[in-house]
Design a protein around this ligand. Structure first.
Ligand code: RP5
Ligand code: MG
Ligand code: MG
Length: 286
């Protein structure tokens, strides 16, 4: 997975803020960059300290900062601050992005210092023509996945979302899928219960395809996205046919559709790289 391409792009998502320019060779912390003067940015919605955000360490003195329990399960905040990439460094009480420079310090629009954990459900089936034959490209079968169009930037993406405090990744996978691709939040309580049971049944067999860093445009030097991506695949198309009438964009999604998987399709964050792994696992075209 390409590191810090989206994490270095300007403007910072949803703002006019320009990151301090970091050329690719200067991304690793091991490369000296004495002129590096990242800008400091934490969005006001994060500073307002909603339940999904940490206290602002940058507003505290260095001596006051060691309040968040980094590199461990933070039992005070009930948040997992462990990284899938191993131990990350903490300088002057601030966690350091293990993948290098981004041109921004603070959290941008991310709530957590250090890793911000997400889960990405990749729901796939073979792409078929009108006669039900699996379509091929350069002799290899073509996969498609359920994609959502993000409301924040109109980009197509995996219907992933943030792991909430105290939640399991397995819960988040199903919940985000139901909210973003099946419009769960727009339904009545009764319909929601029914939908949840159905989703649980349909997305029973998941295979982990990726666990780690996400090159997300919101990343900063002190806050970054990590995810667990699970693939739910329907080999003969009969199971996910039941999803067909249920597809409905919801919550932070404004569109939903079956989208072919391929290297030329541009998607949000490093989602294309995750789908490359899915294609590889199924020996599909990419
Ligand atoms: C990406 O952001 C993850 O891969 C996941 O798809 C997504 C989670 O953030 P939100 O959709 O909640 O904004 O880095
Ligand atoms: Mg969501
Ligand atoms: Mg989401």
């Amino acid at each position: 997975i390409a590191i810090h391409v989206k994490s270095r792009t300007s403007p910072y998502p949803g703002t006019a803020i320009r990151r301090f320019h970091v050329i690719v060779s200067k991304v690793p912390w091991s490369v000296s960059f004495p002129d590096y003067k990242p800008i400091s940015f934490t969005h006001s919605s994060v500073l307002a300290k909603p339940h999904w955000a940490d206290i602002d360490l940058l507003a505290l003195s260095k001596a006051q900062r060691p309040v968040l329990l980094f590199n461990q399960e933070d039992t005070v905040c009930k948040y997992n601050r462990k990284s899938y990439m191993g131990t990350y460094e903490v300088h002057d009480g601030l966690p350091i992005n293990p993948k290098g420079r981004t041109g921004v310090i603070g959290r941008g629009t991310l709530g957590r210092f250090g890793p911000n954990h997400a889960a990405d459900p990749i729901v796939t089936r073979w792409k078929r023509d009108r006669n039900g034959e699996v379509m091929k490209e350069y002799g290899k079968p073509v996969l498609e996945f359920i994609a959502i169009q993000r409301r924040d930037n109109q980009q197509w993406a995996i219907p992933g979302g943030m792991v909430e405090p105290g939640h399991q990744v397995s819960q988040t996978l199903l919940r985000e899928f139901s909210e973003e691709a099946l419009g769960e939040l727009d339904k009545t309580e009764e319909e929601r219960m029914e939908l949840q049971a159905k989703v649980k049944e349909l997305l029973k067999h998941g295979t982990e395809v990726y666990k780690g860093y996400v090159d997300d445009p919101r990343n900063t030097d002190n806050a970054w996205m990590e995810t667990v991506a699970m693939n739910f695949h329907d080999d003969d198309g009969s199971v996910f046919a039941q999803l067909e009438d249920l597809l409905q964009a919801g919550d932070d999604a404004q569109g939903v559709r079956w989208q072919r998987i391929g290297s030329k399709i541009s998607l949000f964050a490093s989602h294309t790289a995750m789908l490359a792994k899915v294609a590889e696992i199924h020996k599909a075209a990419f």
